[in-house]
Every structure is written in structure tokens, then in C-alpha cells.
Ligand binder design. Structure first.
Ligand code: ADP
Ligand code: MG
Length: 464
């Protein structure tokens, strides 16, 4: 029988990956994910390695590290070597029981009816509702109960990591469970790719038939369609066909439709035709509730011990500091759990601070100044910087000016007096008045609110 030995390829791959992470200043990343791997043996076209736990394995795959290794192996050996992972607890994790539990649960989960294109974890049940999301959540539930009849189409907008994909897929999962409907979920990107491919393969009719036969069509991330004229045209016709036969259509978008560039007006008009709902960043209380729910979920999925590893003050620390979005909250928690599993069983506040430091840009370290805010708002409203700061009192400049003052008060540590100075030497009572006014407006005018949230997001992102 032939024997294979790829251990040298393996070593070289690991060395090169180590070098890469070290030059990127991410050696802790390497230590966390790659240093835990051990070469076991080679078989034909395969390398068997061991790693410490099921949790580790799941993350290792999800985070694409396995893929990274396989790519590296291909590059070095010129062979398509696949990696087989076995779980072998090392001494650090000897005393925990995460892994076996996890495997048992996995077996149970497999039995539930599952839509092939949907993530079964994205359910209404696992979605934590807060003031930031209750409207969108309730609308989504209404739709899954009454597809095509309640609100059609529905457009869910919100920044990255705020739960758009979770909600749109929850609609799909729930409807799939309860009805015998044809549900299609696709990202706008894949829709575009499939469309192009159908043209290349000369099978455009097949493509049309597929999407026009859906009872529920879920299209995620429609902002991707900007500049894709042909796909927009196709979607426009798909939309009309489905809409006319009372089939449910759901879209998500990472910005207000009015901010989309290079999308035809007639398609924009279709996006906005039904119900538009927004997802906003969660507040502190909701962030805590989300973290606590995730932890409880992990407790049943993995091990009761997990609760003891992550004490309440660490949860509170994450909720206080990770303000950006739910995805960042989740990955902070995941990081703490991985650390607990691999290094130190109990996470202290100090460990959390140290491990999460620098990972999330907190508002007070963003160092946003008033000038940046003024420029962004002026740009958004197509007025000049001079107008924002100046004396003009026409409606086209006063509202943006008040918004800029409001954002300055929200994002910076400046006092209203200091803000007033930056706005052409205005009095602090003027600033206070402006902030109050915007505060009232955002409650009564959701469109304005989402516009302001969008500007804030842009300002923060440009600082990164
Ligand atoms: P988006 O599509 O808006 O970028 P996702 O739907 O992918 O965001 O959400 C990012 C992660 O956060 C997902 O794992 C999702 O399950 C989780 N998540 C988002 N919102 C909530 C929520 N309200 N409750 C529980 N989990 C949430
Ligand atoms: Mg998404």
C-alpha cells in the first residue's frame, strides 16, 4: 500500500501563515487559531490534524481559517490537499465538557426540517427585540403569517450587523415551517451572478422561470444592485410578475433607498412601494439582553459551565463598550468564550478589557471633530461648509445646520458653548434649541431619523 507524508508541506504552511500574521501584527490571532493545531498523519490527498474542541472546530471553519490553510497547502504543494479535523482535547481544555455536549446537540438539530438556503439559527425566536427593532420585527412576523397579503413588498433597511439577514431569513424559516410554499432566498449579489451566468449559458428563460415561480422571494442586500443595469431591469420585471400575482417580496438594504445611487427610479419606486422598516443600533439595555440571550443559548448548546466562565461584569463591560452593532457584540462574546476554552477558564474584567481593546472603536476614542461632522452633513444636503456655519436662515440650510449641531452633541464631548463657537459663534442656547428640535423630529419623522443615523454611520466609518 502506498504511503503519503505531507508533514513538510504542513510545517511550511504553518510557518508562512505565522509569518503573515506576525507581519500584520496579529500574532495573538495566530496563537489563538493556528498554534492550537497538531499534525497527525497524511492519507491520499488529505492531512489529518487535531484541534482542541468542537467549538474551536466550528469557529475554525466559520472564520475561514481552514480554507486559508487549504489554500496555503495548495500554493506550497501544488496539490489540492484537504484537511480532516479530529478533536483532541489538550491539557488546557481537559477539564471542560463543551465538546461532547455540542456534538450531542448537533445530532438532535439535524432532524428538524430545514430549508437548504436558509440558516436555521435565524429565527424569530432567537431574535432579541428592542426599541431599535420592534417595528421591523413585528412587520416580519406579520408577513410570515400572511405572505403576500399583509405588506408587500417589505423593505428592511439598516446598517451592517444590525440583523437584516437574520430577519429576512426568519421570515423564510417561519413560512417554510408552516406552509408548503416555494421560498427563494438570495443575496442581490448572487442574483446578479446567476443572471449573468444564465445569459452566458443561454438559459435566461430558466432563470426567469425560477424567480417568477416563487411564492416568497427574499432578496438580501439590494444596495449591491447599484450600477448593475441589466440585473435591475430583470429584477424589475420579476418584481412586477410576482407583485401582480400577490406573491410576497422582501428586500433588505444597508441604507435608505433615497441614498442609493445608480438605481433606476422605477425600481427604487418598487422597493419603497410597500412597507419600509428600519433597524437601528441597539441601546445599552438591548445590547445586554442580546448578550445574555446568546450566552443562555450557548449554555444549552454547549455546556452549563459556560455561564460560570463569563461573569456578569464581563457581559456588562461588553454591552457598555461595543456600541456598533449586533455582529460585533456576538464576536466579542465568541472571543471571550474561545479564550475561556483555550486559555483561562474564567474570564475576568481585566482579561476582557485586554482582549477586546482596540478591536472596537468606541465613540470616545474615535476622536470625531466638529469640522468632520459639518463636512459630512453639508455634503449630504448639498450645501456648502460656509452655509452650515454661516448666518443664512433659509430652510435649506437651517435644518442641516441643526442636524450638524445635534450630531456634534451626540458624537463629541464638546459643550454646547463650544459647539456654538464652531457654528459661526452662535449662542449655546441656540445649540440647545437645535438639539431639542432634532430630538423631537426624529421621533415623529422616521425618514429623517434614518437619514441622520446614516450620516452618523458614515462619519464613524470614515474615521476608521
Ligand atoms: P446584517 O445582515 O444586518 O448585516 P445580520 O443579520 O447578519 O446583520 O446580523 C449579524 C449577527 O447578529 C447575526 O449572527 C445575527 O443572528 C445577530 N443578530 C442581529 N440582530 C439580532 C437580534 N436582535 N437578536 C439576536 N441576534 C441578532
Ligand atoms: Mg446581511
Amino acid at each position: 500500500m502506498a504511503t503519503w507524508d505531507y508533514s513538510l508541506f504542513w510545517e511550511e504552511s504553518i510557518n508562512q501563515i505565522k509569518e503573515k500574521y506576525t507581519t500584520e501584527n496579529k500574532s495573538s490571532h495566530f496563537d489563538m487559531w493556528f498554534a492550537q493545531l497538531a499534525y497527525k498523519k497524511s492519507t491520499e490527498n488529505k492531512i489529518e490534524i487535531s484541534l482542541p474542541s468542537q467549538f474551536f472546530l466550528d469557529q475554525f471553519i466559520i472564520k475561514n481559517y481552514k480554507q486559508e490553510l487549504e489554500d496555503k497547502l495548495l500554493e506550497i504543494s501544488g496539490k489540492n490537499l484537504k484537511i480532516d479535523c479530529i478533536i483532541e482535547k489538550n491539557k488546557i481544555v481537559n477539564n471542560n465538557t463543551f465538546s461532547e455536549k455540542n456534538e450531542q446537540k448537533k445530532e438532535e438539530v439535524k432532524k428538524i426540517k430545514k430549508h437548504p438556503d436558509l440558516n436555521a439559527d435565524y429565527t424569530f425566536n432567537s431574535f432579541v427585540i428592542g426599541d431599535n427593532s420592534s417595528f421591523a420585527y413585528n412587520a416580519a412576523i406579520a408577513i410570515s403569517k400572511n405572505p403576500g397579503k399583509a405588506y408587500n413588498p417589505i423593505l428592511i433597511s439598516g446598517g451592517v450587523g444590525l440583523g437584516k439577514t437574520h430577519l429576512i431569513q426568519a421570515i423564510g424559516n417561519e413560512s417554510y415551517k408552516n406552509n408548503n410554499l416555494k421560498i427563494i432566498y438570495i443575496t442581490a449579489e448572487n442574483f446578479t451572478n446567476e443572471f449573468i451566468q444564465s445569459l452566458n449559458n443561454k438559459t435566461p428563460q430558466k432563470f426567469k422561470n425560477k424567480y417568477r415561480s416563487a411564492d416568497i422571494l427574499l432578496i438580501d442586500d439590494i444596495h449591491f444592485l447599484q450600477n448593475k443595469d441589466g440585473t435591475q431591469e430583470e429584477l424589475f420585471h420579476t418584481f412586477n410578475a410576482l407583485y401582480d400575482s400577490y406573491k410576497q417580496i422582501v428586500f433588505t438594504c444597508d441604507r435608505p433607498v433615497s441614498e442609493l445611487k445608480n438605481i433606476t427610479d422605477r425600481l427604487k419606486n418598487r422597493f419603497e412601494r410597500g412597507l419600509n422598516v428600519d433597524l437601528f443600533p441597539p441601546n445599552y439595555e438591548t445590547r445586554r439582553a442580546i448578550l445574555e440571550t446568546k450566552l443562555t443559548h450557548l449554555k444549552t448548546k454547549m455546556s452549563p459551565d459556560i455561564i460560570n466562565c463569563i461573569p456578569p461584569e464581563v457581559i456588562d463591560y461588553i454591552a457598555q463598550n461595543v456600541e456598533t452593532n449586533v455582529r460585533d457584540l456576538e464576536s466579542s462574546l465568541t472571543k471571550m468564550i474561545a479564550y475561556a476554552e483555550l486559555v483561562e477558564n474564567k474570564i475576568t474584567l481585566e482579561i476582557a478589557q485586554q482582549q477586546l481593546k482596540g478591536r472596537f472603536l468606541l465613540n470616545d476614542t474615535l476622536n470625531i471633530n466638529i469640522d468632520i461632522i459639518q463636512r459630512n452633513v453639508a455634503n449630504e444636503y448639498n450645501i456648502s461648509l460656509a452655509d452650515i456655519k454661516g448666518k443664512k436662515r433659509t430652510k435649506t440650510v437651517t435644518l442641516p445646520r441643526q442636524i450638524a449641531m445635534y450630531i456634534a452633541q451626540q458624537l463629541t464631548e464638546y459643550s454646547t458653548t463650544e459647539i456654538g463657537i464652531e457654528f459661526g459663534g452662535r449662542d449655546h442656547t441656540t445649540v440647545m434649541h437645535s438639539c431639542q428640535k432634532i430630538n423631537q423630529l426624529i421621533v415623529t419623522d422616521p425618514k429623517l431619523n434614518s437619514k441622520i443615523q446614516y450620516i452618523i454611520k458614515t462619519i464613524k466609518e470614515n474615521k476608521k
